[in-house]
Ligand binder design. Structure first.
Ligand code: SAH
Ligand code: SF4
Ligand code: F3S
Length: 379
């Protein structure tokens, strides 16, 4: 067979990066090889993200830019999947405005990609497969991992938290934990294949096991079990939710050399009023208690966080509480975002949305503060 090539363009978080590795596995099973040149590709996949408007705009922009290529190469298959296509109105937009897209499938249909591609090749009709059923548990396919050093391992899919700004629970479904032994076996194999860093993935890793009856199946026991495996490796994990990161887990991290001392603990805001509106279900007092416990137990910790500025109703005083919290904690890294309204979320209908200029100003203040902290701490 003559060589056929594929390209996967991935947006969004580690979860999506990892899912692209699964898509790559499916394509390579079908005989396709990876290429970095669009012009050489027979299949181009856009694995999209919809966490903020900017992510969607970038994806639509880049999909649109393929129109010319498709005109030149009628056999080119263009597929769009991921979080963005789990939203019905976005699928309608692709149907009506991007007629050159061949396959559209949602986050719960990832494992069906092989069948969808074959269907498209055999029928010459556009293929749509978007399911609302999150119980279609993605099978662990033969993935093609991007990295030789770090390997991603899913431990829990979906999210039950419904933070009022966030689209993830709507596009990723409810929490489903993977089987404990399956995870341990996968990690063992990765260690045997010489991976030095294993990153456990979940929207809220601390919820691992909550949906499984056996009370021994929980995040703390998973960490302990993995840390006790033989070999030379580090276990990382993301993301932890401040309301669920327990002292036991912090103790486990502090006691095990194989558990990474990097903790990403998104605070989102320093104002209790805003945290309540965000439905984060912790107070700044609780958050600081956790941070202080971490610093006491793990003196060499590397702490990072996510911040959203300009949430509806955020006053200058609320913002300054966030600013001052950052000053107090002195994070090693900050991901600061301007609030972006997401259709269907609670925050969409809240009063007092802020103008872009205010969000811009606040996000810049945080970026400057971060620089100051890094300079001060010699990083
Ligand atoms: N499950 C993780 C990550 C979610 S997405 C967590 O709970 O932390 C990563 C980050 O994107 C979030 O932490 C938040 O800071 C940001 N984010 C999510 N929705 C957003 C929105 N509508 N506008 C701006 N930033 C958002
Ligand atoms: Fe979104 Fe909140 Fe779930 Fe994170 S915990 S994915 S921010 S709803
Ligand atoms: Fe984006 Fe989906 Fe991840 S919305 S941040 S790719 S879970």
């Amino acid at each position: 067979m003559e060589n056929k090539y594929y390209q996967i363009i991935t947006y969004g978080c580690q979860m999506n990066i990892h899912e692209s590795e699964k898509l790559a596995g499916i394509l390579e099973e079908l005989g396709y090889k990876k290429t970095d040149k669009k012009e050489n590709a027979s299949v181009i996949v856009f694995n999209t993200c919809c966490i903020r408007q900017g992510a969607e705009d970038r994806a639509f922009g880049n999909i649109g830019a393929l129109k010319g290529l498709k005109k030149k190469n009628k056999d080119l298959i263009i597929a769009v999947c991921g979080c963005m296509t789990q939203q019905k109105d976005r699928v309608e937009k692709i149907k009506s405005s991007y007629p050159f897209v061949d396959i559209v499938f949602g986050t719960h249909n990832l494992f069906m990609f092989k069948d969808l591609l074959i269907k498209r090749l055999n029928t010459n009709k556009r293929v749509y497969e978007i399911s609302d059923d999150d119980r279609l548990m993605p099978e662990q396919t033969n993935m093609v991992r991007d990295d030789k050093f770090n390997a991603y391992v899913n431990i829990i899919y979906g999210c039950n938290n419904f933070c009022s700004y966030c689209i993830v629970p709507y596009v990723r479904g409810r929490e489903r934990s993977r089987n404990f032994n399956e995870i341990v076996e996968e990690v063992k194999k990765l260690i045997d294949s010489d991976y030095k860093c294993i990153t456990l993935l979940g929207q809220n890793v601390n919820s691992y096991g909550n949906d499984i009856e056996d009370s021994n199946v929980n995040f703390n026991n998973l960490l302990k079990t993995l840390a006790n495996l033989d070999g030379d490796f580090t276990i990382k994990f993301m993301t932890s939710h401040p309301k669920d990161l327990s002292k036991e887990v912090i103790d486990t991290i502090s006691e095990n050399d194989k558990l990474s001392k990097e903790i990403h603990l998104p605070v989102q805001s320093g104002s209790n009023k805003i945290l309540k509106l965000m439905n984060r279900r912790y107070t700044i007092e609780h958050y600081m208690e956790t941070i202080n416990y971490i610093k006491q137990k793990i003196p060499n910790v590397r702490l990072t966080t996510d911040i959203i500025v300009g949430f509806p109703g955020e006053t200058e005083e609320d913002f300054m509480e966030t600013y001052n919290l950052i000053k107090t904690v002195e994070y090693d890294g900050i991901f600061a975002y301007m609030y972006s309204v997401r259709t269907g979320t609670k925050a969409e209908t809240m009063p007092d949305h802020l103008p872009l200029s205010v969000k811009n100003e606040r996000v810049n203040k945080i970026l400057n503060l971060e620089k100051e902290i890094q300079k001060k701490n010699g990083r």
